[in-house]
Design a protein around this ligand. Sequence first.
Ligand SMILES: CCCCCCCCCCCCCCCCCCCC(=O)SCCNC(=O)CCNC(=O)[C@H](O)C(C)(C)COP(=O)(O)OP(=O)(O)OC[C@H]1O[C@@H](n2cnc3c(N)ncnc32)[C@H](O)[C@@H]1OP(=O)(O)O
Ligand code: FAD
Length: 664
Amino acid sequence: MEGVDHLADERNKAEFNVDDMKIIWAGSRHAFDVSNRISRFVATDPVFEKSNRALMTRKELFKNTLKKSVYAWKIIKELRLSDEEGIKLRIFMDQPGFLDLHWGMFVPAIKGQGTEEQQQKWLSLANKMQIIGCYAQTELGHGSNVQGLETTATFDPKTDQFIMHSPTQTSSKWWPGGLGKVSTHAVVYARLITNGKDHGVHGFIVQLRSLDDHSPLPGITIGDIGMKFGNGAYNSMDNGFLMFNQFRIPRDQMLMRLSKVTREGKYIASDVPRQLVYGTMVSVRQTIVSKASDALARAVCIATRYSAVRRQFGSENGGIETQVIDYKTQQNRLFPLLASAYAFRFVGEWLKWLYTDVTQRLEASDFVTLPEAHACTAGLKSMTTSATSDGIEECRKLCGGHGYLWCSGLPELFAVYVPACTYEGDNVVLQLQVARFLMKTVSQLGSGKAPAGTTAYMGRAQHLLQCRSGVQKAEDWLNPSMVLEAFESRALRMAITCAKNLSKFENQEQGFSELLADLVEAAIAHCQLIVVSKFIAKIEGEIEGKGVKKQLKNLCYIYALHLLHKHLGDFLSTNSVTPEQASLASHQLRSLYSQVRPNAVALVDAFDYTDHYLGSVLGRYDGNVYPKLFEEALKDPLNDSVVPDGYHEYIRPLIKQNFPSAKL
Ligand SMILES: CCCCCCCCCCCCCCCCCCCC(=O)SCCNC(=O)CCNC(=O)[C@H](O)C(C)(C)COP(=O)(O)OP(=O)(O)OC[C@H]1O[C@@H](n2cnc3c(N)ncnc32)[C@H](O)[C@@H]1OP(=O)(O)O
Ligand SMILES: Cc1cc2nc3c(=O)[nH]c(=O)nc-3n(C[C@H](O)[C@H](O)[C@H](O)COP(=O)(O)OP(=O)(O)OC[C@H]3O[C@@H](n4cnc5c(N)ncnc54)[C@H](O)[C@@H]3O)c2cc1C
């Protein structure tokens, strides 16, 4: 029934103040106000309508994305929206497009790697969108191995120019978003060559297309790489290819904040770490972690509301059927994902702090925390995007058959989200960076250099290698120090085992290759410890609002104990817990599920998502699912006519058996 809240009973059961939880979720009252206002603005503007995009052709979808992006930019300018409001507008617009790469990578690359003069020149154009940029790093032959890129930028002292060239087919740039059809400029990563010497990969600002008629400049071959996974979904983005044929750019278009080439062609490296050329990736990995919580929260919101609406079995005595959310199996699959969405939110907040801190330090030439910032952004990007992709698919299954319908919102969310496991660094490759960092830290234990930050726990190695968990009863698993100790000893023992096994190899690199799978497991254990510890820090801090802290505590322990259950092999094989303690954890988990159950719908309401943003018939705020499923079905073009196109051509001849006989 229209106008009726079918989930009102669920909302009345909540034992906490949802409005207060909304503030916690958003991060602050101000952040909530901005999100709330902008999401409602987008939801009510017809230009941002998106329910029809699955039926669009690629060209229609691309053009629709251009229209929305330019309209969004117009609104940002005309209403003088702040940066924060502009970012929210792009998020709630919910259609990947060139704006993401222009603002998310092109502008930050120039800010991070350009000199003051370069920033002044290029950012003044980019900030007004008089040029549109993308981030062109990956090539057909190399993505993960950035040092293996083949594009060359050779300095020509005669003309004071760099000659950009793609020497092989595999050196074609391949994948950059916005490159295919829209960008006028790119930050291109290429091997710098001066006086015949290769100085490795550096960034260059390159104009690709004419600012008058948008045609590619002579010496540039450019286009879209073709359809990607899923109908609609990420196909709104023009990921592109690019080849250079001896294309010249002025010398001052090399990004020269980190190293320079003089007029004479002399290469001058500054004393900052060369890895700062990867700085844009670190910044984007950090934002991807908060985005993971957002994407997972969307899926969980849909699955939770629908699980409260959906009923199956249990009416044997003539009563009403059971809501599927009341099945313990449903809770055991759904509530850990709900808890993960909150966990990723809080670790995302912390990571933002860490990133801001390292940025300020770098500006003051303090590089000490750079390795940890790299390891944390890489590891948490990897861990949260893998968990979120799996989680979205699990939410689809939690919604049964209807979850497979496009209008559930889940197929599209999955298709758009899943490349996050690959872009901005393949998730396995990134965990191997964490593993290298851990092995280095372990090798320095006992050297007098105390591990700091997220590896500080390794400084208590003597204790953590010997301790036995003190858990004796199920409630002990609600003791933060007992939970932390179990995760710390598991992570440390896995890292130390890897280090010991590595030391058996004469050649460290060969040993590393042999042990890759174990190293990734150790890295994941370390990352999970970070997330658990940041969630615990959150619930131990000041939290306002009636009943809010209690709910967050429940979710925190669900997150931790569910991980313990899922990775029980690690915990048992490292003797971090005993089988009896593991079974007490399962007992405690069931009790926590019962406590979350009456609050589940309110906990997803706290995300404050509009129906427009969710884009899901199953996840509607009012729970009015069935009539709306019918409405959606009737909108399908196949239902435009009662007798389908093709009846006379195929169905009728088949039934009447009067089709011409087949010829071999
Ligand atoms: C319609 C429905 C809508 C639904 C919405 C759903 C939400 C969606 C949200 C998504 C929005 C986000 C939008 C994003 C759009 C996509 C953008 C994608 C862009 C890209 O993909 S750009 C290309 C990214 N490429 C990569 O990430 C490449 C990965 N490879 C690398 O980073 C490096 O090559 C690698 C693997 C780190 C190795 O580098 P290498 O130089 O070979 O390093 P070594 O291993 O030898 O290590 C040397 C030394 O350096 C240290 N190091 C390495 N990297 C860094 C770094 N970044 N910072 C600091 N230090 C670094 C390393 O640890 C070593 O240190 P040592 O001390 O051991 O020497
Ligand atoms: C949707 C999307 C958008 C993108 N946008 C951009 C963009 O805007 N700009 C840009 O420059 N790039 C972009 N990319 C490219 C992206 O960054 C790369 O695809 C990514 O870094 C992975 O690199 P790859 O494709 O070379 O994977 P590969 O490295 O070829 O990975 C293939 C397999 O090999 C494994 N593997 C590779 N190396 C190792 C190793 N050392 N040890 C163990 N296993 C290994 C991986 O785990 C994976 O299973 C985008 C990609 C996608 C999918």
